[in-house]
Design a protein around this ligand. Structure first.
Ligand code: FE
Length: 214
């Protein structure tokens, strides 16, 4: 436990790895409510899905949109993401040392935790299942372009692909490129375009065309 920097839970006897503490609590609560007959159906899973896909990543989306419209905020976010995220009122567990990196025409970053599932909770919520699974964790390092292609993402040959390995000390998230066709949009409108997967770096944001913006 003292020999590796990735200090949480690896092989150390308890099994909180696949489920976060919050998920474990949610499952325990769910079992109780089912026993009492209060709860039927996949309600808790739906709540977890909501946190994974909607509520959690919305925080990150707000930070990204702010960075797109405010160059000074962008600079602060790149310089000290934990502090810049705190400006928006977000922080807490698994967010002590956040680092934001920017994707561009010249470099495309994608994040992983090769050892387990380190993930920037305050900006992205709970990690999706695939992020925690061995195939993603091992393959994205070995063959990032192939994995990206499986997410429907083609990165040009002249764009450098960099895989960032998150851990207990540093949890990365991506500022995706602002999509084309969004020049007149407000910060709130922009935030709605930013997806979880684009902030993990497995996708890029599509151009906005015509009336879709409204
Ligand atoms: Fe980890």
């Amino acid at each position: 436990m003292t020999t590796h920097s990735h200090s949480h839970d690896h092989g150390s006897g308890h099994h909180t790895h696949d489920l976060s503490e919050g998920e474990v609590r949610a499952r325990a609560l769910e079992s109780l409510l089912r026993e009492k007959g209060v709860l039927q159906g996949p309600v808790i899973d739906e709540i977890i899905e909501t946190y994974t896909n909607d509520i959690g990543p919305m925080n990150g989306a707000k930070a990204v949109a702010r960075a797109w419209v405010d160059p000074q905020y962008r600079a602060r976010l790149l310089d000290n993401a934990t502090a810049a995220i705190a400006e928006l009122g977000f922080g807490g567990m698994e967010g002590e040392n956040l680092r934001a990196v920017e994707n561009s025409d010249s470099v495309h970053h994608v994040i992983v935790c090769t050892l387990c599932s380190c993930y920037p909770w305050p900006v992205l919520g709970l990690p999706p299942r695939w992020y925690k699974d061995t195939p993603y964790r091992s393959r994205v390092v070995r063959e990032p372009r192939k994995v990206l292609a499986e997410f429907g993402t083609t990165v040009g040959e002249d764009t450098d692909v960099r895989v960032l390995d998150s851990n207990v000390e540093v949890r990365y998230f991506i500022i995706p490129q602002r999509p084309a066709g969004t020049d007149g949009m407000t910060e709130d409108e922009l935030a709605k375009l930013v997806t979880r997967d684009s902030m993990v770096g497995v996708t890029v944001l599509p151009a906005v065309t015509g009336t879709e913006a409204a």
